[in-house]
Design a binder for this molecule. Structure first.
Ligand code: SF4
Length: 207
């Protein structure tokens, strides 16, 4: 029996928690505030995905009763790309009616130094990318990226998703303390990229 929660439920959707690592350190990140999401502790005891345990947790939740599954959790899911792809393939084969989404900071191509978006085609229905700011200065102040050129890489990632017909949404967190984001500028840039725009007002519990 594993202590690690690789699978949890929120708002009638299934979520997958693959890692606690991230290439950002966002000022509003829920990880800095609490250990759990609706009672499921999302801190993993080790940075390793036990795929047998993950699939067992998934099957036990009866995915056939849900419509959507989201790779999210307490970290950046694309940092576990191979496990993410294996899980998505498992879901596609066993639960073909489930829509599959990734919530990501959009820096995967920067991390892997290659374009990984084609590897997602057929496995993933949609991505939600944290856009976070109207320019690099605002983005860096909010996201505290650990890699250089993260802002540009995130935008390029969005363009690749569009090119590969993956439904894409770019999100902005608003209302966190005194961090001011120019919503209109973000919205027009996001719309110019040809993707959906979503504002996520900050809430105390982070979800
Ligand atoms: S990208 Fe997500 S997981 Fe990473 S620091 Fe920001 S809010 Fe937290």
């Amino acid at each position: 029996m594993s202590d690690n929660n690789f699978v949890y439920l929120l708002y009638g959707k299934i979520y997958i928690n693959l890692t606690n690592l991230c290439t950002n350190d966002c000022v509003f990140c829920i990880r800095a505030i609490k250990d759990d999401v609706v009672g499921a502790n999302l801190f993993l005891s080790e940075e390793k995905v036990d795929m047998t345990e993950l699939k067992k947790q998934l099957d036990e939740i009866h995915p056939e009763n849900y419509k959507e599954i989201v790779f999210c959790g307490y970290g950046e899911p694309m940092l576990r790309l191979e496990e993410l792809k294996e899980t998505a393939k498992y879901i596609r084969e066993k639960y073909p009616n489930l829509k599959i989404r990734i919530n990501t900071n959009g820096q995967a191509n920067l991390v892997y130094k290659r374009n990984v978006v084609p590897e997602l085609v057929g496995l993933i229905d949609s991505v939600s990318v944290s856009f976070n700011g109207e320019n690099e200065e605002v983005y860096n102040a909010i996201s505290l990226p650990k890699l250089p050129n993260a802002y540009g890489a995130m935008k390029e990632f969005i363009k690749e998703c569009v090119k590969h017909n993956i439904e894409t949404t770019a999100t902005i967190v608003t209302g966190y303390k005194n961090y001011n984001v120019n919503l209109e500028s973000c919205k027009s840039q996001i719309e110019a990229l040809g993707v959906n725009f979503r504002e996520r007002p900050w809430i105390e519990n982070g979800y």
